[in-house]
Design a protein. Sequence first.
Length: 192
Amino acid sequence: MSNVLICLLSSLLWRIRGGLRIPFTNIKFPLNKIWFALLYSAEYCYLTVWDFNKWLVSSIATLVSYQSYGWGEYISCVTGGGKPSERSDCDLVDDIVDNLKITYKGKVYKLTDYPVLFGWVGLSLRGLILTFIIGLAFNNIPYMLTGLGMGTCYWLGGIIGRKILKKEDKTSWNIGEWIFGGYLGIVLCVLF
């Protein structure tokens, strides 16, 4: 039962971090960017051994992991609502995805010509950076790699929002946040 609560809380907190509004208002939750870091680290300590220093270090690492670099254009592309442009979301990832190309029978295929695939690759790599930083604090190599699932989580949000619900607004992005937050909760429960 506690694992289910951890997954649901992680999903909610990741969505709050993304800008969820307080019900029946147009106001974002106060300090929306910090709650995920504090409570996700508390969930980690609950699943392992509670220690204030471990909680503090993992809270800081978690906050840094998602506040250091952006990922907006990748999400916009993977959910089907955007096209690659000049961006500076994450130089580490931008340099890779902007230069990925395949030459086949004399024709050059650039990743930037395929927005959904571009977004999926970019977001998966950005997710790797996110969980790598958190995994350093958790001292867990398998956790470090789980961020590679970020692109798939948001891609599913795009499928649900645009294909099933037929929404052309930020619904896909928001659904992706719910899915990725839940995914992070599942990863925490499975690995710890």
